[in-house]
Design a protein around this ligand. Structure first.
Ligand code: FPP
Length: 253
């Protein structure tokens, strides 16, 4: 088997099916607020409401995993007051919503660099993962202080350590090895990545995992995102032909 072949247990969803994993770049909070003469933080606050709607809708639609880009490694360059507000929103989201998420059988996972965060935030993230570890419903992956290049560099560092200690041979390092050292190696790659607000780029989000993802860009600003927008993006995904570098796959539909 060539190393580029997709292992059978990680087989992506066929395009006519509901995507197994949807990842979302929640963009446009600031523009949503500016268009209404409101402070940017109000856009982020309304963004949390959109997030709650989306998690509920994802579970109802039957999506297995949803990854949300909540705070990027580059977001530290925003004004201190906005960074502070985003940290506060995460704290409140976990404190207020964790019990409900747990009751709804949601499993919370975190990707990103946790060490650099304030200690209480690190503890909240760990608590959310530990409380929901045994849940079997929707997996909610919160990308927080996340950057894909940083994630790949972390993986490379850990692989180098393994090679240095003799646990791994350099000649045995394959794409599969790199995948195993990423932040959430057991999760399937995203079938569909949605970015809101009309911007059309990945901005350092899931660069490794998005090799064969379908990208859908919607004009809606994140605070206005709802189940109908999610369903429309899934409809668009279902029109796509996923070839994974091969020939057209018969979808059987
Ligand atoms: C992009 O909008 C959004 C973010 C940088 C943060 C996303 C955060 C939330 C949706 C709420 C927080 C949720 C949690 C769980 C912490 P932008 O500010 O870049 O918008 P703009 O491009 O219009 O300025």
């Amino acid at each position: 088997m060539s190393e580029a072949k997709i292992p059978s247990d990680a087989k992506p969803a066929e395009p006519h099916q509901v995507p197994r994993h949807v990842a979302i770049i929640m963009d446009g909070n600031g523009r949503w607020a500016a268009a209404r003469g409101l402070p940017r933080v109000e856009g982020h606050r309304r963004g949390v409401e959109a997030l709650r709607r989306t998690i509920r809708a994802a579970g109802e639609i039957g999506i297995g995993t949803i990854t949300i880009f909540s705070f990027s490694a580059e977001n530290w360059s925003r004004p201190a007051a906005e960074v502070h507000e985003l940290m506060g929103l995460l704290r409140r989201f976990i404190r207020n919503d964790l019990a409900e998420l747990h009751k709804s059988n949601v499993r919370v996972r975190i990707i990103g660099e946790r060490e650099a965060l304030e200690a209480d935030i690190g503890r909240l993230l760990t608590e959310a993962e530990e409380l929901t570890r045994g849940n079997s419903g929707l997996t909610l992956v919160v990308a927080f202080n996340y950057g894909a290049r940083q994630e790949i560099a972390r993986a490379a560092r850990r692989i180098a350590e393994q090679v240095a200690s003799g646990a791994l041979k350099a000649s045995d390092v394959t794409t599969e090895t790199v995948g195993r050292f990423l932040d959430a190696p057991d999760l399937p790659d995203p079938d569909l990545i949605i970015r809101t607000s009309g911007e059309q780029r990945l901005s350092n989000f899931l660069l490794w995992q998005s090799a064969y993802s379908e990208l859908v860009f919607v004009p809606t600003n994140w605070p206005d995102f709802d189940r109908a927008t999610l369903e429309a993006a899934i409809d668009e995904y279902q029109q796509r032909e996923r070839r994974f570098g091969g020939l057209v796959a018969k979808t059987g539909s």
